[in-house]
Design a protein around this ligand. Structure first.
Ligand SMILES: *Cc1c(COP(=O)(O)O)cnc(C)c1O
Length: 359
């Protein structure tokens, strides 16, 4: 099925701008030359600037989906000698737990609910940890954690602080220096509003110092860092998506910087939430990001029925929960090329579906 004429409110892939789409329609260029090295440098500098990375930070670009960013970070930065505290508040936290288990990294599956971990100091198990691993926005349920509080905890306990920021960059604030973050994992298809297939790992000098010699060819960070010095990568990069990233970073700048993009996302999210108040749905968590709204039907309907009806009757794509909350919650993304007028299509469709007049 081609979704061209659908209204897109899924949390990845998200609605892309015309400017970015046009780049995707062009011939992919050859890349082992200085012209492409300049693209890589522009992408690296733009990403480092966006997250306010400390002096001496580096970005690694992998032609892979975001999970490869997560897994490669664990593989390169943690070992049997570590003990990782892994925040697990849903499907993506569980994925980090699986990754640690797969690579035999000692870890605690720190199951959390109904908290943004502003009080991590009191909630965290009192073991001796060496790393704190978290998905800043647990996208499976639309829950945003307190990066500053976790960073203060990580600093106090001397933990390597690894943050998967995939589904909150560009829509919600992240500041590596302010929050003492050592590693940020990003991916192309969420707030960056590019096609899937490019993941980025931003390493502060504190993380670069911890890179190990590992048993992996493709995911070997040392090799990426060496090649990165000349603006290249060891294997074929996601050339077209890198070109789109370069343009997207310039676009964000030209539109007033990342702070402006965050303000826009916040405005759209608040607009949506304010305009569905009379419908039989409630917000699933008090800790929602600007990136997404997660709703629970309050009239006994299955969330899947709402998702299916919006798609079939209104050509509006929202997203169910991929796990056990499938019947209980559905998710609406505010990431990407969003306007109030575009969001009105969804608001109107929901009112029509519920037979409630919009006021
Ligand atoms: C989307 C997402 C990922 C990446 O998933 P992929 O399907 O591998 O791209 C990782 N973490 C979070 C929090 C996400 O939302």
């Amino acid at each position: 099925m081609i979704y061209e004429d659908y209204y897109i409110f899924t949390p990845g892939p998200v609605k892309m701008s015309e400017e970015i789409l046009k780049i995707g329609a062009q011939q992919t260029p050859y890349f082992r030359n200085s012209a492409f090295s300049d693209v890589t440098y522009a992408c690296e500098n733009g990403m480092l600037e966006m997250v306010n990375a400390p002096q001496g930070s580096k970005a690694i670009f992998l032609a892979a989906s975001g999970t490869a960013g997560m897994e490669s970070a664990v593989m390169n930065l943690l070992s049997k000698d570590d003990n990782a505290l892994v925040v697990n508040g849903g499907g993506f936290g569980a994925r980090f737990v699986d990754i640690c288990a797969t690579h035999a990294i000692p870890h605690t599956d720190f199951k959390v609910s109904n908290t943004n971990l502003a009080d991590i100091e009191t909630l965290a198990p009192s073991e001796n940890y060496s790393a704190l691993v978290v998905n800043a926005h647990e996208t499976s349920i639309g829950h945003l954690y307190d990066l500053d509080a976790m960073g203060a905890y990580a600093k106090k306990n001397d933990l390597l602080y690894i943050v998967d920021a995939i589904s909150m960059l560009v829509t919600d604030p992240l500041d590596m220096q302010q929050s003492n973050i050592d590693v940020v994992i990003a991916s192309s298809q969420k707030g960056l509003a590019l096609p899937p297939g490019l993941t980025m790992v931003i390493l502060a000098p504190s993380a670069i110092a911890k890179i190990k010699d590992i048993d992996s060819l493709y995911f070997n960070y040392k090799n990426y860092l060496t090649n990165g010095e000349r603006g290249q990568s060891p294997y074929t990069p996601a050339v077209t998506i890198m070109l789109q990233l370069e343009a997207r970073l310039a676009q964000i700048k030209q539109r007033g910087g990342v702070a402006q993009s965050i303000a826009n996302a916040k405005e759209i999210a608040q607009y949506f939430r304010a305009n569905i108040k009379s419908l039989p749905v409630k917000e699933y968590t008090p800790f929602m990001p600007n990136a997404m709204t997660t709703l629970t039907p309050t009239d006994g309907r299955s969330a899947m029925d709402v998702v299916n009806a919006l798609e079939e009757n209104y050509k509006v794509m929202v997203c169910p929960n991929g796990g056990p909350e499938r019947e209980i919650v559905f998710r609406i993304s505010h990431m990407g090329e969003m306007t109030k007028a575009y969001t009105d299509v969804l608001i109107d469709a929901m009112h029509d579906y519920y037979g409630v007049a919009r006021n």
